[in-house]
Design a protein around this ligand. Structure first.
Ligand SMILES: C[S@@+](CC[C@H](N)C(=O)[O-])C[C@H]1O[C@@H](n2cnc3c(N)ncnc32)[C@H](O)[C@@H]1O
Length: 209
């Protein structure tokens, strides 16, 4: 089977099917599998984000916290990472891991689908593999601008919707669509990185009026 369909596509499909049935802690463990590092290149992503110590960051759609712990390291002990998710299982998984790792600079936040509920303005909203799951994105990101500090940025990574299965399942968004929607929501593109084969990675900032 793996000769016809690559392993990563099988994994992504499994995760999507499990999530559609309601993400479980098992789904989140799967998302955090260390083999993901090979293609996700988390160190490269963190480097491009240029996060300064003491920053406040929101990991929007944090899931099992795959990026949360990298972000927590980047902001340092005096910074804060809000691990934001709508799913109670994600929040529970993050909370458990937070206790196990002893990372007091991570705060889990239970969001509503139309409201990230970020407790205070942040320097960076980071979102990986979540953009395509958000409804009414122009309105959502327009209102999210009020959760950004002056000069704050929004980094969006999402799958290129490649291939029949990915297109059929709506598992991703084109880079151009993300850019168009973010511009409609009142942002401008500041960086467009091409470091991950399967995902686009763009950084936006608010257009000051
Ligand atoms: C595919 S997972 C990605 C998790 C993580 N970012 C990663 O890269 O491993 C997408 C996550 O987004 C969450 N999610 C979906 N819609 C959301 C929304 N409107 N606000 C916050 N989280 C959302 C889901 O519950 C899920 O945990």
């Amino acid at each position: 089977m793996s000769r016809i369909v690559p392993h990563w596509l099988l994994d992504a499909t499994l995760i999507l099917v499990l999530c559609l049935a309601g993400c479980t802690e098992l789904t989140y463990q799967q998302m955090n599998d260390p083999s993901r590092d090979l293609w996700q290149k988390p160190q490269g992503v963190i480097e491009k984000l240029s996060i300064t110590p003491r920053s406040r960051v929101a990991d929007l759609g944090a899931g099992g916290g795959y990026f949360t712990w990298h972000l927590a390291k980047a902001v340092g002990a005096r910074g804060t990472v809000y691990a934001v998710d709508v799913d109670e299982n994600a929040i529970n998984a993050i909370f458990k891991e937070m206790v196990a790792r002893g990372t007091p600079n991570v705060r889990p936040v239970r969001a509503e689908p139309h409201d990230p509920k970020i407790p205070e303005p942040v320097d960076l909203v980071f979102s990986c593999e979540t953009y395509h799951l958000i409804n009414d994105r122009v309105a959502y990101f327009h209102s999210l601008a009020s959760a950004l500090r002056p000069g704050g940025r929004v980094a969006i990574l999402d799958f290129h919707p490649r291939g029949f299965l990915s297109g059929l399942l709506g598992h991703g968004t084109t880079k151009e669509k993300v850019r168009r929607e973010m511009e409609d929501a009142g942002y401008r593109l500041v960086n467009d990185y091409d470091i991950i084969d399967r995902q686009h990675f763009q950084i936006f900032t608010k257009v000051e009026r």
